[in-house]
Structures are given as C-alpha cells and as structure tokens.
Ligand binder design. Structure first.
Ligand code: ACM
Length: 567
C-alpha cells in the first residue's frame, strides 16, 4: 500500500492477501462495474450477481471521483461515488498487483495477489490536466488514445487539445474544408535554434483528426474518466487558418502560409462579424463531434494587434462598439465568443492575456501561464483558474541544462521542481484557494517532434503532477535533483539507490509500471544513450533559462498585452 501513486488520502494495510483467479466475477451497478473491468482488463473479470469476488456499490454522497476500497482475503469491496470513483478504485487495485498488471495481456507467470487493507481516497482538485499541442507537431490519433490510457493510470482527468496554431490546423471541418485541406500541413520545418541562421529539414509535416476521430477520442476518454477540452486558439496564432481563408484576416489582400518556423507571428483574425460567424460554425462542428463539452478553450494569448490598429474597417467596428483601443476590442472579441459558447451550455477557457485585457464573463476559466501573480489577480476578479505557470508546468523545457538532452525550448524543470509545486497556493486565503480548479502540465511541441520524445518529456514529471494534483499539496520527499553532468548513462531506473519513503520511493516503485506499459520516460539520472540529443537535435544549454523567462513573463502581466520570447 505504500507504493501507490498518487498517494491516497488514507491507506491502512492489513495482514494477508487476496488472490485473483481466472474467471473471477464482479457484481454491482453496470456503469461502475464496466469502469472497473476496463481499468483491470488484464484480469478479465466477468459480470455476474452470485459469488462475485469484487462487489461494487455506488454512494453518490462520496463525490463522483471518490471511493473506498476494502481488500480482504475472501473478496474486495469498492464503494464509489460514481463511475470515475469506481475507475480510480480499480486503478489503485492495479497498482497493488504485480507490475505485470501493466502489460497488455495476462502473462502466465504473474501471481495475481493484492495485499489486504483499506483505502479511502478522492482528489483534492477537480482539474488534473494534460495539455497536448497537436498543432506544432501532429500527434497521431493512436498516440492521443494512449495518452488517455496513461492519464487513467495516473488519475489525471482533463485532456486539453491545442488544435490550431500558426503551424497547423488539426481537425476536419465539413463547413470550411480548406481548413484541413490547406491548413493541416506544411512543406518543411525549421531546425534552427535561437539566433542561429534559419535552416529547414525539407520534410513535409501534417495531419488532422476527422470529426469521427474526435467523437472516438471523446468517447474513449469518457470511458476512462477523462474530459476532452478542445482549444481553437484565436484571434492570434492564425497563420494556418488564414492560409486556408485569408479573407478572415485583418489585412485585405494579404497571402498567408502555414508557418514552418517558430516564434510569435503577427497573423491575426479580424474581429468582424464574419469571423464570429465562422468560429461559431467551427465550434458547433467540434462540440457536436465531441458530444460532451463542458469547457472550450478559445486561446487569446500572444496577439499582435498592429493589423487591427491599421485597418479602417476594424477601427470603425471598434468605434461602433464604443471601445477605446484594439486591446479593448481583443477583450470584446473573446467575450463575444464566450457568450456564443455559453448559449450552448459550454464554459470558455482562456490564457491569461484575455483576463488581463478585461471584460471576461465571470464564469470563464483562466489559465495563468505567465505566473502566480496573474493567477492571483484572476482569482481576485472572481474567475476559476487552472494553474499552468511556465515554471514548473511547461514540459517543453528540458529536465537538465545539458547537451545530452534532446533539444528543448530552454531549461531546466526537474521532477523535484514539479513535485515541490503547491497546486493550492499557500498564502492565499480560503476564498482564493476555493477558486483554484486545478493544475495542468503543458506539452508545447515545437521541440517535441514525435511520440517517443513526448514520452520522454511527459514522464516522470507527469507523475509528479499526478501526485500534487490528487493530494493538493507539494510531494513529501521528492527525488534528489537530476544530475545533468553524470558520466555514466542511465541504464535502468532500478539500478539507482532506491529511496525508502515518500514520493521518491513511490516513484521508484512506479517507474517499472511505466516500463511494463512501454513508456519511454526519462530516467531520473538522465537520458538513455539512444535518448540523447544529437546533431542539430542536441540541446544547447545556457540559451534560455526558465527562471529568466518566468521573471520576464511576470513583468509582462502588468501590461495589457504580451509576447512569449520568440525564436
Ligand atoms: C502560451 O504559452 N502562449 C499560452
């Protein structure tokens, strides 16, 4: 029981073991037993009322994600607040089984025993998120489904899909087909790093999900207690949209291309009614495909408003609305889109620039990526926030400032940095803390070209997010800081000194589960030989420190608009 990750609220071990046998039965209300069978697919439990060794009971008073688990020598009893709670109880059982429970079939050699005891458990916060940037580098559907599986293993529950940016549009539109026909691919991608001469790989890149794929992803996620949060990032980051439909831009006659390099572009949608109508149609297509959409992210970050200021039509529109500045118009535009979503029963989510420019609906959720000061201001203004600060939750930063790392946007964010983050900030008063919906790690993909690199950047830092999000507090006894200058490459996480208690010990027990799942995570003491960066993909340490970026971004939040450091 001491090796559960995330740690449960209460775990009381008892003596003895329960042993699963082939053909074991499970009984209880169907949606809950189905969730248990899904999480424990390797056991192949059969549904039947009589003689069931796993009994599932529903008690909504617990809260939908909470559960209690009693394991005795003669059977297991789960009391769950809802389907999610039953799924999480089963994930806990899976962690108590031998590591082979994380393989995709039941190998004959495993002894299918779990220790007796009692667990009382539930999450501290309702939003335990993972953000995937599928725009900069497309992530095939199978990898999105696999991420959902891994989220289930870690009791993470919100999947934020960043579906468009300057470098690609990633979802079919039947109303505006040029979006996926033109906007979803580019002919090459830059290979150069900050201040280096521009160079390109010459390799086409692209891909998109069909609306049926989105329906599948959403249904697959729901079965695993995960909610998909789509993001259509507007009005900036608009090159891919404008490559398809330049008439939606703020500069008449301008031609745009899907960008093949990084940094902030000035391409911006016009805020005129035609754009609102276009986006309303696209939102409806995505909402219909996903089916259940409590939240829809509309971006609002890193907008260069020069083209708005230069346009007579847009200036006239601004005047008609009685707005003083393009910044006010930016705020109005996002508010207008949030109202469109509210008409559909959907809550808008925005990056913090949209909050700084003002006028949000109070029910809009803010993601304060530029730091905890702007987070606190958003909370003071009455918004719920999902904490997404660059430090320590932007996992496109390397774990170590070392040339051994694969090229990253900057450095360094370690597992311990993440484990030390307080998801419900200390020093905030009760009302402020109440407005923290949760935390989320970001996998911006400029420097994450494929699923293997994604594994490396996501885990085990994602395990630390799972821990702090579920418990609501910094982890006790995190692993020692990663050592970027080691001489000997990591061979196996188990060859390190194994800590005996706290998060470090639980993580050491957890990594073999990830091995069994086939996750190519970053070992705690550095990359395996084949995980090192090489050639142009070697990290160049010392170019961009995450601490400097954080300080710079915090300063920017005092102005109405901002920029992310460009490449
Ligand atoms: C962001 O990093 N531009 C949200």
């Amino acid at each position: 029981m001491e090796h559960l990750l995330p740690s449960p609220r209460v775990a009381v071990p008892a003596s003895g073991y329960f042993t699963f046998s082939p053909g074991d039965l499970i009984a209880g209300p169907e949606p809950l037993t189905r969730a248990v069978r899904l999480a424990l697919a390797v056991l192949d439990l059969r549904e039947a009322a009589g003689n069931a060794v796993v009994q599932v009971v529903e008690d909504p008073a617990l809260g939908s994600e909470a559960y209690t688990l009693e394991i005795a020598e003669d059977g297991i009893r789960i009391v769950a607040g809802g389907v999610a709670g039953a799924f999480y109880a089963a994930q806990t059982i899976r962690q108590l089984l031998p590591v082979d429970a994380y393989r995709s079939v039941r190998l004959p050699r495993a002894a299918w025993v779990v220790p007796c005891g009692r667990v009382e458990d539930g999450p501290a916060v309702p939003w335990r998120g993972v953000h995937l940037d599928v725009s900069r580098h497309f992530l095939p559907k199978r990898e999105v489904l696999r991420m959902i599986d891994l989220m289930g293993v870690h009791k993470l529950n919100m999947l934020h899909l960043h579906l468009v940016d300057d470098q690609g549009w990633r979802v079919e539109s039947r109303a505006y087909p040029r979006l996926h026909e033109i906007g979803s691919h580019r002919s090459r991608t830059t290979t150069s790093y900050y201040r280096e001469d521009l160079a390109y790989d010459g390799i086409p890149h692209g891909g998109h999900y069909t609306l049926d794929d989105l329906s599948e992803i959403s249904a697959y996620a729901r079965e695993r207690a995960v909610t998909v949060v789509p993001e259509i990032d507007v009005p900036g980051h608009a090159s891919a949209i404008l490559a398809a439909y330049p008439e939606l831009g703020a500069k008449p006659g301008e031609r745009y291309e899907v960008l093949d390099r990084w940094g902030i572009s000035s391409a911006i949608l016009s805020p005129l009614p035609a754009t609102v109508n276009f986006l309303t149609t696209v939102f409806d297509e995505i909402i219909d495909a996903l089916g259940v959409v409590p939240f829809f992210h509309i971006g609002g970050d890193e907008c260069v408003l020069d083209d708005w200021a230069a346009s007579e039509d847009i200036a006239a529109h601004q005047n008609d609305l009685g707005l003083a500045t393009p910044g006010d118009l930016h705020a109005w535009f996002l508010r207008r889109l949030a109202d469109v979503l509210a008409d559909r029963g959907v809550r808008a989510v925005v990056w913090d620039e949209a909050f700084v420019s003002g006028r949000l609906r109070e029910d809009t959720v803010v993601m304060p990526w530029r730091g905890m000061n702007v987070a606190r201001r958003a909370v003071a203004a009455g918004h719920q926030v999902v904490l997404t600060p660059v430090f320590p939750l932007y996992f496109d930063y390397a774990e170590a400032g070392s040339a051994e790392e694969p090229l990253a946007i900057g450095e360094a964010i370690t597992v311990s940095d993440v484990a030390g983050f307080a998801p419900v900030p200390e020093g905030w008063d009760a009302a402020e803390r109440e407005r923290v919906a949760g935390v989320q790690f970001q996998l911006w993909s400029e420097r994450i070209p494929d699923a293997r690199t994604l594994d490396y950047r996501a885990w085990p830092r994602g395990c630390a997010v799972a821990e702090i999000a579920w418990t609501g507090a910094p982890a006790q006894n995190p692993p020692a800081q990663d050592n970027p200058t080691q001489d000997t490459p990591a061979q196996d996480s188990l060859t390190q000194d194994i800590p005996t208690q706290g998060f470090a010990a639980r993580l050491a027990a957890h990594l073999p589960r990830l091995d069994a799942l086939g996750v190519e995570y970053r070992p705690l003491n550095g990359p395996r030989p084949w995980q090192r960066g090489g050639g142009w993909r070697a990290h160049r340490p010392g170019m961009l420190s995450v601490r400097d970026v954080t300080a710079h971004l915090d300063e920017l939040t005092h102005a109405a608009d901002s920029t992310r450091p460009s490449v």
